[in-house]
Write a protein that binds this ligand. Structure first.
Ligand SMILES: Cc1ncc(COP(=O)(O)O)c(C=O)c1O
Length: 432
């Protein structure tokens, strides 16, 4: 009935998430409101790590890509499942660190890490640093020498795979700001240098081919390319690469017509490709890492809004304006991303209208979506936008000096605040 499996309707006809009435949540915490379903987050993490055990003999780790949705409570949930974390800035590292996350299970990313970020990562003892470029390698070598540590590193490689997704989130191809290119020999030259570095240990290679990918074939192709490179390094340099990080990017269902491959099938097929290629190339089976972000956070989340104005423009369209917008839900204005929406207090009604849900920001493009099937919505109704758990809160802003909404976690019929709603004083906190 709805895109996300954790949504239902109760006897009052109200939408529920994880068994909690969304209309009551709106009343208790106010709107706009981000709601995250802890049980679904846990269930998805388990689907990934159980499949890793089943199909890759447990020789792997799942690192949740915290850029999708990061707050201390999320880090605690991931840690309690025994999974790792991908962090991409000192802010994400700090969040994990302060949440008590086991930092040796953190991979630190970024295409332009500062010295401060590298030092902080070493100080808190991250598991490995994914080095993006040669100048970063040089700076990290110097910082590690000064701190008298020898961190594990991986190299981020561009495997040259076209993942058939939106251009803005396609990162595995040569024209990308991320990583070392294979085709040009840049990656091999960097590896040659790294194997002789005294203060870093080249422990693995990494690639990430894009985001919201529905097919498994590009992931299989990327794995083959990466293993071919690992074999070349072994044959030509006599150096064994022990880790292979295949990144994230697994697609999810935002709309009914979306049909992503199940994660289990992904892990089964990719594991069998990796095993077959290792046997063929006569290389050791590497430890495998994956970095799912969206697939863990997005389906678990919804955003609740209160309807303000309803504006019917005859023969053109009907605008339903809500009390949030691009500041808390930036993906439509960024990528034209589509969502399912439901009038939470009329969840049993048919969606008889097609409307444009507009935000309250001072931009014409500030929309939650266009042509969205919806129940008849009027002022005071609560609208739930589904599968918003990834790349919304984490990309939110204070545009128009709007306060960022609260984040609430629901679990087994109960709710709790994970991130407080910003106050007006938060808005001016750093103003002089
Ligand atoms: C290196 C890396 N790993 C993992 C991810 C997470 O991707 P997704 O949220 O699509 O799973 C990203 C997203 O940009 C990424 O750049």
């Amino acid at each position: 009935m709805f895109v996300s499996e954790n949504l239902g309707v109760n006897s009052a006809g109200n939408l529920t998430i994880g068994g909690v009435d969304t209309v009551e949540l709106a009343k208790e915490y106010g709107t706009p409101l981000y709601v995250m379903d802890e049980q679904l987050i846990r269930k998805t993490l388990r689907r990934f790590h159980d499949s890793m055990k089943k199909y890759y003999d447990g020789k792997g780790e799942v690192h949740y890509a915290s850029k999708a949705f990061s707050c201390m409570e999320m880090c605690r949930v991931v840690a309690s499942e025994g999974d790792g974390l991908d962090a991409v800035s000192i802010g994400e590292l700090y969040t994990a660190y302060k949440a008590g996350f086991p930092m040796d299970k953190v991979g630190f990313h970024g295409n332009n890490k500062t010295d401060e970020e590298l030092s902080f990562a070493l100080k808190v003892g991250v598991g490995h640093i994914i080095v993006d470029n040669i100048s970063e390698l040089h700076r990290l070598e110097a910082i590690a020498a000064e701190m008298n540590v020898k961190p594990d590193i991986m190299f981020r490689i561009k495997p040259g795979i076209d993942a058939h997704t939106h251009d803005f989130v396609k990162t595995g191809q040569i024209d990308s700001k991320f990583g070392f290119a294979l085709e040009t020999g840049e990656a091999f030259e960097a590896v040659k240098e790294a194997v002789n570095c005294k203060n870093v240990n080249l422990s693995g290679l990494h690639c990430h081919i894009g985001s919201q990918i529905f097919d498994i074939a590009p992931f299989e192709e990327a794995a083959k390319v990466m293993l071919g490179f690992i074999a070349k390094i072994k044959n030509e340099l006599g150096f064994e690469i022990k880790g292979l990080n295949l990144g994230g990017g697994f697609g999810i269902k935002y709309l009914e017509e979306h049909d992503p491959a199940p994660f289990e099938v992904y892990l089964e097929r990719v594991s069998s490709v990796v095993k077959a290629e290792c046997a063929r190339l006569n290389i050791e089976l590497p430890k495998m890492f994956i970095e799912p972000g969206r697939s863990i956070a997005a389906p678990a989340g919804i955003t609740l809004y209160t309807v303000g104005a309803r504006k019917e423009i005859p023969n053109i369209r009907t605008y339903i304006s809500v009390d949030g917008g691009m500041a808390d839900s930036p993906r439509y204005i960024l990528y034209g991303s589509e969502y399912e929406a439901i009038v939470a207090n009329k969840a049993n009604d048919d969606r008889t209208e097609k409307v444009t849900i507009a935000g309250k920001c001072c931009e014409s493009g500030d929309l939650i979506g266009e042509n969205m099937p919806l129940q008849h919505a009027e002022s005071g109704d609560i609208i739930a936008v589904c599968a918003t758990g990834a790349y919304n809160y984490s990309m939110s802003s204070n545009y128009n000096r709007l306060q960022k909404p609260a984040v609430v976690f629901v679990n087994e019929g109960k709710s709790r605040i994970a991130v407080k709603r910003e106050t007006l004083d938060d808005i001016i906190r750093n103003d002089i």
